[in-house]
Design a protein around this ligand. Structure first.
Ligand SMILES: [Fe+2]
Length: 545
């Protein structure tokens, strides 16, 4: 049985479309649509490029697909509209099954977790008239314990704070999280009037929601990210907002820290209450707010959780996975644990070679690209590393990455100023081999998806200074030999040549672009930035002879 799960919808306000192809409960291919449209978050796009890729990867036609599954169960006539979309774009419409948005999020986290039972907490902006909920998974069943109303939303809260602080909501939330570590949460008490914990939930102040007050001028979408979504009351509580581009001063940093602290307080209580209700201390998180790796860390070490799983796609691309999984479970298929994110396109050396020749690039074919790359890294070069299948999810996990020596003085500034062109307060992240994780970091669990932060071991911060955040934490990726042998060998060889068992790893893109997919896009990014060398499979590309 072939099942395609999709996310996003036919409305402008939808984002992070993706497609996942499963056969009898097994993933064949998965990708986000932005990697094909080259527009970050692919707002308003159904995942046509990602669907075509999935079919190509499996070598099947749309007529071979038994079901297309999607969220948006609560939308009028959506089944019919989706069938029309498929008929128009693909010449055939498989049977359509619709699910609830947050049931899809919950399924994407629970079934691939490997847990036999779990408390599943979805914390999101909104979807199918809710902002998330608590679920209980046991064996093959997944049941809803409670719902959060769409106007009582942690995603809306954090998006609103993102906008208040002068950034774009549904895009820049991670900037607020990064900035928060530079501030002091001295305003947190003021947040009692904004967001407060409640029993198995929270209370967000509805009077702050401008869309509720001025309903006549707002659509149900976040139609543009520039429209102010909060009422004047938020400025009465916190003082004037920061306008985009204005300087970031201590007050702004402290508001960011207070907003983050309040989110963490609410998340800790929510998960503790949910665990108390279900009696299950294995916890899965999903929904856009589960991208907040700092809050995830606080939850993980908050005392109510024994084991935690956050998928590589907690955001809306993940509902494509969840929808496909729900159909496979209905069909009686077992869902295997998902321990990696390498489900995207791969490019054969012959294809890469043809691209290099076509653009007239200056390149050489390496006898051993790992060996050569280790020399580049030790000599302080910034390295584009394009290998194997692309990651499914927002984090580059060693297949579409920019890599660098994490211990060289000034490396963070070099990457920020020559490649990423981004704010200096945003941290870079480390990849570490599983065998040596405990030498560098507090958390010794496998953390393959870079979505949980952990403390850095005292005494190790100098050796890896470019990947340690100002609060002495790091958002790590555990690299296992069995999961990504090439990337594991690279880190291991780098360590054997005298470096730490850690690499600085950031996504292969420049600011505000999606992570690159194909070799040509990698070359474009390489030549449009100050990156020193680029590896496309075994080919080492340079800028000058
Ligand atoms: Fe969502």
């Amino acid at each position: 049985m072939y099942v395609i799960g999709i996310s996003s919808g036919l409305k402008h306000g939808h984002h992070d479309g993706g497609a996942v192809l499963m056969q009898d409960g097994r993933i064949i291919a998965a990708s986000e649509e932005e990697r094909f449209t080259l527009a970050k978050h692919a707002r308003g796009d159904l995942p046509r490029g990602a669907i075509r890729y999935c079919l190509r990867e499996a070598g099947i036609r749309i007529e071979d697909v038994d079901f297309v599954c999607s969220p948006l169960k609560s939308y009028d006539n959506y089944e019919r509209r989706l069938a029309d979309y498929f008929s128009y774009n693909f010449g055939h419409a498989p049977k359509v099954t619709l699910y609830d948005h947050h049931m899809c999020h919950a399924a994407s986290a629970y079934y691939p977790s490997g847990f036999d039972e779990a408390t599943v907490v979805c914390v999101d902006n909104s979807g199918d008239s809710n902002s998330g909920g608590v679920f209980r998974g046991k064996g093959t069943t997944l049941e809803r314990v409670t719902n959060f109303d769409r106007h009582n939303s942690l995603g809306l809260y954090y998006g609103m704070m993102t906008q208040f602080l002068g950034y774009q909501m549904t895009n820049d939330e991670y900037k607020v999280m990064g900035l928060a570590s530079y501030g002091t949460p001295r305003f947190e008490e003021l947040f009692d009037d904004i967001l407060a914990p409640a029993q198995v939930g929270f209370r967000f102040n509805r009077d702050l929601d401008k869309r509720l007050r001025d309903a006549e001028i707002y659509t149900t979408d976040f139609s543009t990210r520039q429209e102010r979504i909060f009422t004047e009351q938020l400025e009465e509580i916190l003082g004037p907002r920061r306008l985009p581009g204005a300087p970031v001063d201590d007050r702004i940093r402290d508001i960011a820290a207070s907003a983050q602290a309040r989110l963490e307080r609410v998340m800790l209580k929510l998960v503790a209450d949910a665990v108390a209700e279900t009696g299950v201390r294995q916890v899965c998180l999903a929904g856009g707010v589960a991208l907040n790796c700092k809050a995830n860390m606080e939850v993980k070490r908050g005392g109510s959780v024994d084991r935690m799983y956050v998928p590589s796609v907690p955001h809306d691309a993940g509902v494509a996975l969840g929808a496909a999984i729900l159909k496979c479970v209905e069909g009686g298929h077992e869902i295997a644990q998902i321990s990696h994110a390498y489900w995207g396109p791969e490019f054969a050396p012959a294809t890469v070679h043809e691209t290099l020749e076509r653009v007239g690039a200056n390149y050489e074919e390496c006898h051993d690209e790992v060996e050569r790359c280790v020399v580049d890294l030790h000599e302080g070069r910034t390295v584009g590393w394009h290998q194997g299948r692309m990651e499914f999810g927002p984090r580059a996990l060693g297949n579409r990455s920019i890599l660098a020596h994490p211990g060289l003085q000034g490396m963070k500034d070099k990457i920020n100023s020559t490649i990423k062109y981004r704010e200096e307060y945003r941290p870079f992240c480390p990849s570490v081999t599983a065998e040596r994780q405990n030498e560098y970091f507090d958390d010794t669990d496998l953390l393959p998806f870079m979505n949980v932060t952990t403390g850095v071991q005292p005494g190790r911060t100098d050796a890896i200074n470019s990947v340690v955040h100002v609060d002495q934490t790091a958002r790590i990726q555990t690299v296992c030999e069995t999961v990504n042998p090439l990337y594991h060998r690279l880190i291991d060889s780098f360590a054997k040549a005298g470096g730490p068992a850690v690499l600085l790893n950031t996504s292969l893109n420049i600011n505000e672009q999606p992570t690159v997919n194909a070799p040509l896009e990698a070359l474009h990014t390489f030549f449009c930035s100050g990156m020193d060398v680029l590896y496309l499979g075994p080919f080492r590309v340079r800028k000058a002879a």
